[in-house]
Write a protein that binds this ligand. Sequence first.
Ligand code: ACO
Length: 380
Amino acid sequence: MPADGEIEIKRGLNGVYFDSTKASFIDGEEGKLLYRGYNIHDLAENSTFEEVVYLLIYGKLPNRKELDDITAEIQASRDIPDYIYDIIRMVKDSHPMDVLRTAISALSASDPDAEDLSPEAITRIGLRLTAQAPTIVCAHHRISEGLSPVAPDSTLNHASNFLYMLKGEIPSDDEAKTLDVDFVLHAEHGANASAFAARVAAGTQTDFYSVVVAAISTLKGPSHGGAAESVMNVAIEIGDPENAREFAEKTLGSGGRIMGFGHRVYKTADPRARHLRERSQRLGEQYGDPKWFQILSALDAEMEPYQKRGIWANVDFFAGSIYHLFGIPKNLFISIFALGRIPGWTLQALEQYQNNILIRPLLNYTGEKDLKYIPIDERE
Ligand code: ACO
C-alpha cells in the first residue's frame, strides 16, 4: 500500500480515462464532438433524432429502409401500460425527473426481458424507453395541470410527437425541427456524469432499467442536466439585457457561478451551443419575443473575459430559452435533456455489458485509525 504522500488523487476523476469507447469522440481543446465518427455539426444540420438513434445504437448511418424501420419501431412503442398512468397520478406532485425515474423503474415490472443483459435485449429496451419516456413526461405534465393525457400519434416523428403530447397541438415543421436538433445535440456525450453512473450500474451487471434509473438520478443535478432551468431563472431575474452586466458583476464578484457556462471537458466553445444559439435567436424572432435571446447574448458578452480561462457557454445556455418560447415550464427542462440522452445511455450500457469490468476505484482514507472501542455506558 503506497504511503499517503505517494497517492495521487484525481478528484472528480478529472482527466482520468477509465475505459475505451466507440460512442463519441470529444476534443475539449478544439471544441470538437463526433458521434460514432460523424461531426456533430453535420448531424445537427442534416440529420434527424431517429437517424442519430440508429447511428448511436448500430454504429453506422442507416440507409433509407433502416431509417424507416427504426422510425416505425419507435412510433409503435410509445404506449405505456395503464398501471404506469396510475403511478404517475399517485406521484404527480413530485419533480418531473422523479416521476420519470419512478415510472421507468416501474416499467420493468411488465417486461419479461427485464433481466436479459444480451445486446439484443438492451437494444430493444433502449429503443422502447426512448419511445416511452416522452409519453411519461407529457402524461405527467398534463395530469399535474389537471388535463387528460394526449395519446401518442404514431404518424409523427419523435420531436413532433413530444410537442403534440405535451400541448395537444401538432407543432409547425420548424418548431419540431428545433426540438429535433436539440434532441440530436443531447443524445450522447462520452463519460459525462449520468453516463458514468450508467456504466457503474451496468458494471455490476444489474438490469438495464436500473441503469437508466441511475442515469436519470444523476442527470437531475444542477451541475449536469439542471443547468438549462437555472439559466432560465437567471434570464428571468435579469429581466432586461441592460441588467446583464450588473448581474454578472454581482454574481462573479461574490464568488458565484454563471449557470450554463463552463464544462469539465470543453475549454473552448461547446460545439453544441452554436446550434442552440442560432435556433434560440430564430425562434425568438419568429415568436416576436426576442428578449430572452437578447438577455442571454448580453450575459454571454459579459462572460467574454472568462473565455481565456476556458469558460464558455455550454449546451444548456441557450436551450432553456427555446423551451421557454415553446411554453414549456422550467421544471420540465431537465426531462427534455433526459429524453434526448436515453440512446446515449443505451450505447454506454451496451459497451459496458459487452466488455464488462466492475468499476470500483479507491478512496484515500484520511480519518483516524485504530481507535480504542469504548462500551456505550462508558462514553461521555
Ligand atoms: N461561472 C463562473 N466561473 C466558473 C464557472 C461558471 N459557470 N464554471 C467554472 N468556473 C470557474 C470556477 O470557479 C473555478 O475557478 P477557480 O479555478 O478560480 O477556482 C474554475 O472555473 C474551474 O471550475 P471547476 O468547478 O473546478 O471546473 P469543473 O470542470 O469541475 O466544472 C462545471 C464544470 C461543474 C460544469 C462548472 O463549469 C459549473 O459549475 N458550471 C455551471 C453549471 C453548468 O452550466 N452545468 C452544465 C454543464 S454542461 C452539461 O452537463 C450538459
